[in-house]
Design a binder for this molecule. Structure first.
Ligand SMILES: Cc1cc2nc3c(=O)[nH]c(=O)nc-3n(C[C@H](O)[C@H](O)[C@H](O)COP(=O)(O)O)c2cc1C
Length: 415
């Protein structure tokens, strides 16, 4: 989007105590020049690095500093409601922790607690490379992504401390471009008459104890690819993605799940609280859960904590309920359409499509699913003949095109 076409929009910039905070001044200036209305809220520590005068001078707005500023006591609510997009730039490790853990001590973190995920909340970390790699920071960022925050991953290079590695705050030009793109998607979402779509992707895992899990090898790539393509084509999309899959970037509405139970709860919540037109169910849900862990004599182990063992373990696996059969029950929209995926591993596997309660089934063989290529066949449920094959695809882009044609076809029409 060119700068001249930018609509007048409210951008809230949150700034924390990082050596990179000076870039927030440059970003506020670029945003203002591009026609955005900009307000800033700083943590107390940010003021050691940049002064409120710089932001007030550039934005023409008061710089918000504390939860208890006379005259703006309710800033943690009013600023959040005012914004069309919120960007934490730079976000320090301390502030990331505060947000992830629900602290309301600083103005930016209290404001985050008032955020309802109806508009983009972006966060651009900046820190030393060792801090960036620290498991506590990684964990906090994963929590934030799970809540629906979009993390703008830092770049690498020589850092302010003299060390080299990842942790450099993204540049103001990149932040500007991303803000433009996210507002465009938010606009589409607000004005879209297209059906809302829930995409599930990746594999669920089943706990054996608190540290060991049984998992499948689903990468989550296909669902992520489809969600991106639908988002680009103006559909309001929510992606439910496995914590263990690597494909997540660029999705505006994202929730992460881990176990099958967690997955089921999150799908249920989405379907009960929103009017979805379609579910594209590409997640690989575990068929079994661990019902009991015993030694070879049948004596059960406690599964809280870590099972300490140097003896053989016996796992009793019981079938999981079929989540696909629950989708219509949970759905607020009783006319929900379901597109599900079925993977088989050899030519002779019995397909048993009839057990799937879906309008469409995308069938593929394990050998035909790769990083880029993806062959398969589309089946549609018909009242007369059950599932009939209606088309096939050779690549992920052909699959995109087929899904788009399904979504734009009237019910009953072939894609
Ligand atoms: C010179 C200097 C530079 C710092 N740069 C960073 C940084 O880039 N990232 C970071 O996470 N912390 C950095 N810190 C540490 C934070 O300022 C510190 O953890 C502080 O408590 C952050 O508070 P806040 O997030 O509430 O602003 C730096 C500290 C100093 C003194």
């Amino acid at each position: 989007m060119s700068e001249s076409k930018l609509p007048s929009r409210n951008i809230l910039l949150l700034v924390s105590g990082s050596i990179a905070a000076f870039k927030a001044v440059a970003l506020a200036s670029s945003l203002k020049k591009a026609g955005y209305s900009v307000k800033t809220a700083l943590t107390e520590n940010a003021t050691h690095f940049v002064g409120p005068a710089s932001f007030e001078g550039i934005t023409g707005e008061k710089t918000f500093l504390q939860n208890f500023d006379a005259g703006s006591m309710m800033a943690h609510i009013t600023l959040e409601r005012w914004a069309d997009l919120i960007l934490f730039y730079p976000a320090s490790a301390e502030s990331i922790s505060a947000l992830a853990n629900g602290s309301g001590a600083s103005l930016p973190s209290a404001l985050f607690l008032a955020h309802e995920f109806k508009k983009p909340f972006l966060l651009a970390p900046a820190m030393n490379q060792a801090m960036w790699k620290h498991p506590a920071v990684k964990r906090n960022l994963e929590l934030l992504k799970g809540y629906g925050v979009e993390v703008l991953a830092p770049g690498s290079g020589v850092l302010a401390c003299g060390e080299t590695g990842e942790g450099r705050l993204i540049e103001p030009e990149d932040a500007m471009r991303i803000i433009g793109e996210r507002l465009e998607v938010a606009d589409i979402k607000k004005t879209s008459t297209k059906p809302r779509i829930l995409v599930t992707a990746g594999g669920t895992s089943e706990p054996i104890d608190e540290v060991r899990h049984l998992r499948n090898l689903s990468s989550g790539r296909t669902g992520h690819h489809l969600a991106l393509s639908l988002q680009k084509n103006g559909f309001p999309v929510h992606l439910l993605q496995s914590e263990y899959s690597f494909a997540r970037e660029g999705i505006q509405n994202l929730t992460l799940y881990s176990t099958t139970r967690d997955f089921a709860e999150k799908v249920k919540y989405q379907l009960e609280s929103n009017h979805y037109g379609y579910v594209i169910h590409s997640a690989a849900v575990a068929d079994y859960h661990v019902a009991e862990v015993t030694d070879s004599k049948g004596v059960p182990f406690k599964t809280s904590g870590k099972i300490q063992t140097d003896v053989p373990l016996v796992l009793k696996l019981l079938p999981n309920p079929k989540i696909i059969r629950e989708l219509r029950t949970w759905s607020r929209n009783k006319d929900l359409k379901i597109i599900s995926f079925k993977l088989t591993s050899d030519e002779t596997s019995e397909m048993k499509l009839e057990t799937y309660d879906s309008e469409w089934i995308i069938h593929n063989h394990l050998k035909d699913v790769g990083a880029e290529n993806h062959k398969g066949q589309v089946f549609r449920k018909t009242p007369e003949k059950g599932y009939v094959s209606v088309s096939s695809f050779q690549t992920k882009s052909e699959l995109d095109a087929l899904i788009l044609s399904i979504l734009s076809s009237a019910p009953g029409e072939n894609p």
